[in-house]
Design a protein around this ligand. Structure first.
Ligand SMILES: [Zn+2]
Length: 117
């Protein structure tokens, strides 16, 4: 199999996107996996589905809305999560490569497959 040599472009932007599957690699939720619900670039953090739950005390604002303790996902630092490659199912680093059409795509550092379809 011929593997095209990936041209690495150095970027400081966040390489994770909403919908990416990630695994927590540090902290109390280590080992948990989930999809990214939101990327918070200014906080260098992401909100991951069902990960880093915190209890929040909510005040009832209306009759329909009950007060009490609500569990909600809190942001988790990007350095504490790693993307799980949809192709090889391993945690990997995201690399960028430019394909023939000139588009910049994300590839897995482990299997060199494209992460995005
Ligand atoms: Zn991979």
């Amino acid at each position: 199999m011929l593997i095209k040599k990936a041209k690495i472009v150095k970027v400081n932007t966040i390489k994770l996107k909403k919908g990416d599957k990630v695994r927590v690699i540090a902290g109390k939720d280590k080992g948990q996996e989930g999809k990214i619900l939101k990327v918070l670039p200014r906080r260098n953090a992401v909100i991951v589905e069902r990960v880093n739950f915190v209890k929040k005390h909510m005040r009832a604002r209306s009759v329909q809305e009950q007060g009490g303790i609500v569990e909600k996902e809190a942001p988790i630092l990007i350095s504490k999560v790693a993307i799980v490659c949809p192709k090889c199912n391993q945690t990997a680093r995201v690399k960028y490569t430019t394909i023939e059409s000139g588009a910049k795509v994300r590839v897995c550092s482990k299997c060199s497959e494209m992460i995005d379809e």
